[in-house]
Design a protein around this ligand. Structure first.
Ligand code: SF4
Length: 397
């Protein structure tokens, strides 16, 4: 008997903004792996988990193309699904209502007859994590546990810490905000794998109709990959998706861990690819290059450790805005500290003002203020910081 090999469908997608084009590509990629009827049956409750984590629409490459979600909903409805739920929990510190709004989900929900579910306010259930390594128990939404089919629809993006975010990582959007923060302390890659042990999707469709390169997952450029991938093996989808982005899956720790712990196949040599050969659609995307420690070359001294996406997103946005407006000088010559496991730099290491970002470093702020001699301390509160006029806080008084 032939050994089981994972199967990943790969197809091209032309104009990402033309719904009919996207619908055709979505149907095609699903047919390559056996068709939607091999996954969804009439009467099923289907939960679709796109990436709508950011208040940015799909043209930026930061979020899943809403046309892909519309296409999937249309196809799934055609099979006779009883209910379709589109569910998301936005990144730490961001309202899912705002991200749904920014991406036009309220406009399509009525038209498609689908339900929108904000996972930040949804009922959560504590479940044991079999063979959990980062944790043994996790809260997941009841809606995920009760759905007959979970369809995972991430957007293919570069990532500052991973180096790509694809299917396994996209499931992080379902968990509680406090756990999203803890994932970074527990070890992000293993935590992602443990999460997928209790919430493994039935189908993953990687949206590379646009995607993001460079400073992903939020501040990069649209990658315009023009591709869609699908598999019932999310690990295999991620391995092939990574190759399509010109990144060796061996570099992506969560793919290797997921393979080793039996979640799926992460070895491209063991995966059958149906449809367009990877070599025809693959290209080397621009990698994420903003390493906070590189800012030392600009005389900005960053001490970051264990920060979650909320603070990283805040800092990346703030720094790129200052660069755009020519005001990076507000940070030059100073020391910045943030992150859940960040500690106070040695006194001799503190250059200029000590800028402390986020609630996690509140104690560092208190310690710094009581030091002798105390540096000038600017504490930017929040978890993550939000809404303050930080530029005004940094300007000389
Ligand atoms: S302050 Fe920042 S790093 Fe700390 S938990 Fe909040 S968002 Fe995460």
């Amino acid at each position: 008997m032939a050994a089981y090999r994972a199967l990943v469908g790969v197809t091209r997608c032309g104009d990402p903004n033309d719904f009919e084009t996207v619908l055709e590509a979505t149907g095609e990629v699903l047919d390559l792996i056996g068709g939607i009827r091999s996954i969804v049956s009439a009467g099923d409750i289907v939960l679709i988990k796109p990436n709508v984590g950011f208040k940015k629409n799909h043209l930026t490459g930061a979020t899943t193309n809403i046309n892909v979600v519309k296409a999937l909903s249309t196809i799934i409805k055609g099979v006779g699904a009883r209910k379709i739920i589109i569910a998301e929990g936005a990144i730490v510190g961001t309202s899912t209502r705002d991200t749904f709004q920014a991406n036009g989900y309220y406009d399509i929900a009525g038209e498609l007859g689908v339900e929108l579910l904000d996972l930040k306010t949804a009922e959560m259930v504590a479940v044991p994590v079999p063979c959990g390594k980062a944790f043994h128990r996790l809260h997941v939404p009841r809606a995920i546990l009760e759905a007959d089919v979970v369809v995972n629809v991430p957007v293919m993006k570069t990532h500052d810490a991973l180096p790509v975010t694809l299917g396994l990582k996209n499931m992080k959007g379902i968990i509680r905000e406090q756990d999203k923060k803890r994932f970074h302390k527990w070890g992000l890659s293993q935590a992602i794998v443990d999460l997928n042990k209790v919430a493994y999707p039935d189908l993953t469709v990687l949206d590379g109709t646009i995607g993001m390169e460079g400073l992903g997952p939020a501040h990069g450029e649209p990658a315009n990959l023009g591709v869609m991938l699908a598999s019932t093996d999310t690990v295999a989808a991620d391995a092939i998706g990574s190759l399509v982005m010109g990144i060796d899956p061996g570099e992506v720790e969560y793919i290797g861990l997921a393979d080793a712990q039996g979640l799926g196949c992460g070895d491209p040599d063991e995966i059958n690819v149906a449809g367009v050969p990877v070599s025809e659609v693959a290209r080397k995307v621009k990698r994420h290059t903003l390493d906070f420690s590189d800012l030392i070359a600009k005389d900005i001294h960053v001490y970051e450790s264990g920060s979650c996406s909320g603070c990283r997103h805040f800092m990346e946005t703030f720094i790129s805005n200052l660069e755009r407006t020519g005001e990076l000088g507000l940070l030059v010559g100073n020391t910045i500290v943030f992150g859940q496991t960040a500690s106070m730099p040695q006194r001799g290491e503190i250059r200029g003002k000590l800028i402390l970002v986020g609630r996690c470093v509140k104690d560092v702020a208190a310690a710094a203020r009581s030091g002798q001699p105390a540096p000038e301390v600017i504490y930017i509160p929040g978890c993550p910081p939000h809404g303050q006029d930080v530029k005004a806080m940094l300007k000389p008084r």
